[in-house]
Design a protein around this ligand. Sequence first.
Ligand code: INI
Length: 177
Amino acid sequence: MGNAKDENKKYREIQGELTAAGLRFALVVSRFNAFVTERLLDGALDALHRSGAEGGSIDVVRVPGAFEIPVTAQHLAETGRYDAIVCLGAVIRGDTPHFEHICTEASKGIAASALTSGIPMSFGVLTVENLEQAVDRAGLKSGNKGFEAAMTAVEMANLLKKVKGSPSRRAGKRSRK
Ligand code: INI
């Protein structure tokens, strides 16, 4: 028996392409734990260039720490100059509850900024127990989360362009006179 999902397909599938041509990106990178965040930035730039990002289409914006990423991303989104924003940082647990506060504010803040602005923002902020875990995720044993965050930004930028421009939405707007 076939898969019901594939038989008599009565739906459209919508997803974003992984091509960065014609898109503009801002990369917000925190300087705190720069040894790690610079590796994340390398990964993100590699992903954008490999997906066809054009010269002059990428701005790299540096902030002091992960806590400062959300407000910066929100202001960048509000300029209307970017199709997606890649947020890169590294929060490494210390001996105090400071870690939890920075992680929570960075993740909730980035999510809130994306929802408020409508511009996709990808979460390339490592939240880890120690430096070894951070380095593993910044290009050593466990891939490069900066690369992944940039690919997500490319896909989401293309997806939201399609969703915003879909015919039913435009038809809906026309009929609401
Ligand atoms: N910022 C980080 O990006 N990572 C950290 O691990 C970190 N720790 O551990 O303190 C950190 N703190 C700085 C914070 O993001 C702000 O820049 C600072 O509190 C000033 O607002």
